[in-house]
Ligand binder design. Structure first.
Ligand code: ATP
Length: 527
């Protein structure tokens, strides 16, 4: 990406973040207390948008399918479940700290760097007799002045001074030597300072269950689940025993997951608390690879149905060595966010790994009896696992648009439009009486509003000029505005009586439609 385009993308992201706050889509959690890093609250419009997404996902994947059942599991998860799944031992990221600024970085995300490394053995301050001995290094790229290394090293050693009045500039560095390094990830790309060695950092939030004081009580420790999938595996037998199912079939769940991410970033993209929409689709082993490919297509179509076009999605066939060790095939579905192409969803063939692990650790027989083949087996599983918050962010980025329009007086202005698909739009229709001081207009508008509210989210607005009210709705992506005017009241003759003006957001076209047809018209557009 060129500097120019990345600056443009950054500016676009800033506009999106600002609109989300201004219009009530997304707020930082606990903002008035300084903000909780990696946690976000959805405001009134964000909550509607999220609900529309989750409802549509549930409808397409559970209600409209005979082969998928729903589940809604608890968030608090016993340690034994996560021990079996491997999260207790292995759900971690390698992490290192900058020795100078203490910034924490993900070791596997540091770009390799080359240059000259300046090594030191310690520092001293002659006047006070103070000294410290510990190795430290600074990496300089080709064109940097060697004094930069010395300045950084003095700053580093000055942390150990007990007398904070002493200026770092007064420190004498000891044992300077240099070395050429290539492709090293041991230095902070921001300032060249040496990093600590990488340590594994478990990403799970741990908590205590009940009042048990016994540290070793296996039921006294719980975790906030790091993924929704494990509940599905743990409840596999109960779901099978309480329903008539035959292979292949799936269990679907939407719910919160928690990961203590080292670097929450890119707005809501990497959060510590987020929602997942996951399906575990159980099948016979011989169907695993084929169904993985089929699910990929089904999921790509889903994104198109909610307004994310195929050309903005990328599919990464995760190569050998980069997939989870138990996965025979994994596709990452990625979206072109303004901050880069990043993962929205993973579609993974997980073999029978999870059920096997839970059978082994729980000691319970959780096999499935295949009535048709008359055999007991442990099914394999394909997992389409989508992030709800990441999809919301993609919907918002995709919808944001600015266009220059010319008003009636020939004046140019910028129109901000959120081009949400009507299916996802938080407000489906705005009902607007032309004037608020005409009781007949207001009464009729209220009547139209009440007629529509049982079926969709309706917004009523009577303040400001009609043009301004349209703009406000454009900015939050309302696909239709319905205006009640004097023609509605029959003042221009019977022909237009009980008709309203319906204005379409994207084309800004307006046409008249009888009130009696309004509900049907809108329902067809938003279903
Ligand atoms: P990443 O590589 O981005 O950390 P992942 O591969 O670990 O993601 P999975 O464990 O496959 O993610 O989780 C499935 C989906 O859950 C992801 O595709 C993403 O949409 C969502 N997800 C995972 N971690 C986060 C997070 N920290 N914040 C928001 N969504 C997340």
């Amino acid at each position: 990406m060129s500097d120019k385009s990345s600056e443009k993308d950054q500016a676009l992201m800033e506009k999106i973040v600002s609109l989300c706050k201004r219009r009530g889509f997304i707020f930082q959690s606990a903002e008035i207390y300084g903000g909780a890093n990696g946690c976000w609250d959805y405001g009134p419009l964000g909550a509607e948008l999220k609900r529309n997404l989750k409802d549509y996902w549930w409808r397409k994947n559970v209600q409209e399918r005979e082969d998928i059942l729903g589940l809604d599991g608890s968030i608090l998860t016993l340690e034994s479940v996560l021990e079996a799944s491997g999260h207790l031992g292995g759900f971690s990221d390698p992490m290192c700290d900058c020795l100078l600024t203490k910034a924490r970085l993900r070791a596997d995300e540091i770009d390799p760097q080359s240059g000259t490394s300046y090594h030191y053995t310690g520092a001293s301050h002659e006047e006070s007799g103070w000294s410290v001995e510990r190795p430290y290094s600074v990496l300089l790229s080709e064109n940097q002045d060697e004094n930069k290394a010395r300045k950084t090293a003095r700053l580093y050693y000055s942390q150990f001074l007990s007398d904070k009045q002493i200026s770092p500039k007064k420190l004498e560095l000891a044992g300077e030597s240099t070395e050429e390094v290539t492709d090293s990830t041991s230095y902070n790309p921001e300032n060249g300072s040496l990093l600590t060695a990488a340590r594994e950092f478990n990403l799970m939030f741990k908590t205590k269950m009940g009042a048990s004081a016994d540290e070793n009580d296996p039921k006294g420790t719980a975790y906030l689940r790091p993924e929704t999938a494990q509940t599905i595996f743990v409840q596999f037998k109960n779901v099978v025993d309480s329903n008539r199912v035959k292979l292949p079939f799936g269990i679907a769940q939407i719910g919160k997951s928690f990961r203590n991410e080292i670097n929450p970033r890119n707005y809501t993209f990497r959060s510590r608390e987020f929602e997942q929409m996951e399906i575990e689709y159980f099948c016979r082993e011989e169907d695993g690879m084929r169904l993985t490919d089929e699910w990929l297509e089904t999921r790509l179509s889903f994104y198109e149905e909610i307004g994310i076009p195929r050309e903005h999605l990328h599919v990464l066939d995760v190569p050998d060595g980069e997939r989870a060790h138990y996965s025979k095939r994994t596709y990452d579905i990625e979206y072109e966010f303004p901050f880069g192409i990043q993962e929205l969803e993973g579609v993974a063939y997980r073999t029978d790994y999870d059920l096997k692990k839970h059978r082994e650790h729980s000691g319970k027989p959780i096999e499935f009896f295949d009535d048709e083949a008359k055999e007991k087996l442990l099914p394999h599983v394909v997992e389409p696992s989508a992030g709800c918050d990441r999809t919301i962010l993609a919907l918002i980025c995709e919808a944001y648009d600015e266009e220059t329009i010319t008003d009636d007086k020939g004046k140019e202005e910028t129109r901000i439009v959120m081009r949400f698909s009507p299916r996802m739009a938080p407000i489906k229709v705005a009902v607007l009486p032309l004037l608020k001081n005409k009781p007949e207009l207001v009464a009729k508008a209220r009547e139209v509003q009440s007629m529509l509210t049982p079926f969709m989210n309706v917004f009523y607005d009577e303040t400001a000029a009609i043009g301004r009210r349209y703009r406000r709705q454009d900015e939050v992506g309302t696909p239709f505005c319905v205006t009640i005017d004097f023609e509605t009241l029959g003042e221009n003759g019977d022909e237009d009586k009980d008709t309203v003006t319906i204005r379409e957001r994207d084309s800004m076209e307006q046409r008249r439609i009888p009130i009696s047809e309004l509900r049907e018209y809108l329902l067809d557009a938003i279903v």
